[in-house]
Design a protein around this ligand. Structure first.
Ligand SMILES: *Cc1c(COP(=O)(O)O)cnc(C)c1O
Length: 327
């Protein structure tokens, strides 16, 4: 584990750096999931984070790690929404400005929110990989500094601070359930919790539709998958064929990766709303979805579940709750 790009020491340092700039989100026990699973289940309510997702942790750590001269040039990223919101907020808080490039698949509510946070928005192509081409151009021609959504050591270390808070809130945690897309969250959380206690199991959850990290782990190298619309739109996008940080970390640190159907994700959102009284987006519901579906079998407890974000279109959320969107 010592040869991985992000260590527990990096995450401890990130926690000191971003302290006071991001929320320490609540960790609560879930009576209904505890009863369902037969072991204690706790929920990390990270969807209550400022900007509505954990992405603020990584973006804030990355912006604070830049030199003043780099911050003055401005930061740029390709984002499916939540990283864009987070980077817009983090840049503004530190006196910089963000330019966010995203694909046409990103829902309108996320685009307008990023504009409102003061960022420049550019909509290009129909995949995150195409948006990334524009980011590379802005870096090369305009001198902006790229802060990627996941494949960057400072971003992964920032996301890992969430893992430190889980272990503090639930010191005997045995299993951690983490949403998985590019792997910044899962890599950071796994490095943090396994750094504290190596026998904690970390399971990545993602959607069947376009599971790039799962396909890459199976292939033994980063591979491309087709991008398809999903209830868990924040889990869309590739991991990058030249992935430098998160692929190696997920391969080394994740104990399992489980894929969920659209119907299972919808059931997870409904459980969050009806039983936990929480509004969460599809990507944030995959941990609960895995427990409710029974797909994980018998789990070592206590179990901690990361609810990663709440930035869902409210009309879509209502359709899911009313079972009108049944995919
Ligand atoms: C980005 C995001 C994820 C996935 O994080 P990765 O670091 O890309 O794996 C999960 N949930 C939400 C709400 C997100 O915004």
């Amino acid at each position: 584990m010592t040869c991985l790009p992000v260590t527990l020491a990096d995450i401890d340092e990130a926690a000191r750096r971003i302290d006071g700039r991001v929320l320490r989100t609540p960790f609560v026990s879930s009576p209904s999931l505890t009863e369902l699973c037969g072991v204690p289940v706790g929920l990390k309510l990270e969807h209550h984070q400022t900007t509505g997702s954990f992405k603020l942790r990584g973006a804030t750590n990355a912006v604070l790690s830049l030199t003043p001269e780099e911050r003055a040039r401005g930061v740029v990223a390709a984002s499916t929404g939540n990283h864009g919101r987070a980077l817009a907020h983090a840049a503004k808080a530190e006196g910089s400005i963000a330019t966010i490039c995203m694909s046409r698949l990103v829902p309108d509510n996320k685009v307008s929110e990023i504009r409102r946070l003061g960022a420049n928005v550019c909509i290009v192509g129909k995949s995150q990989d195409e948006a990334q081409v524009e980011v590379d151009r802005l870096v090369a021609e305009d001198g902006l500094v790229m802060v990627p959504p996941f494949d960057n050591p400072a971003v992964v270390a920032g996301q890992g601070t969430l893992g430190l808070e889980i272990v503090e809130a639930m010191p005997d945690v045995a299993t951690v359930l983490v949403p998985l897309s590019g792997g910044g969250l899962a890599a950071g959380v796994a490095a943090a919790v396994k750094g504290r206690s190596p026998k904690i199991r970390v399971i990545g959850l993602t959607m069947e539709r376009g599971a790039a990290m799962k396909a890459s782990l199976d292939a033994g190298r980063p591979v491309q998958v087709e991008e398809v619309a999903s209830l868990a739109d924040s889990l869309g996008g590739g991991i990058g064929l030249d992935n430098a940080v998160t692929f190696a970390m997920c391969r080394a640190l994740l104990d399992d990766v489980i894929l969920l159907s659209e119907a299972e994700i919808a059931a997870g959102m409904r459980h969050a709303y009806e039983e936990e009284r929480e509004v969460i987006e599809g990507a944030g519901a995959v941990g609960i979805a895995a427990l409710v579906s029974g797909r994980l079998g018998r789990l070592d407890g206590p179990v901690a579940v990361v609810l990663s974000g709440r930035n869902v279109d409210m009309a879509q959320h209502l359709r899911v709750i009313n079972r009108e969107d049944a995919p």
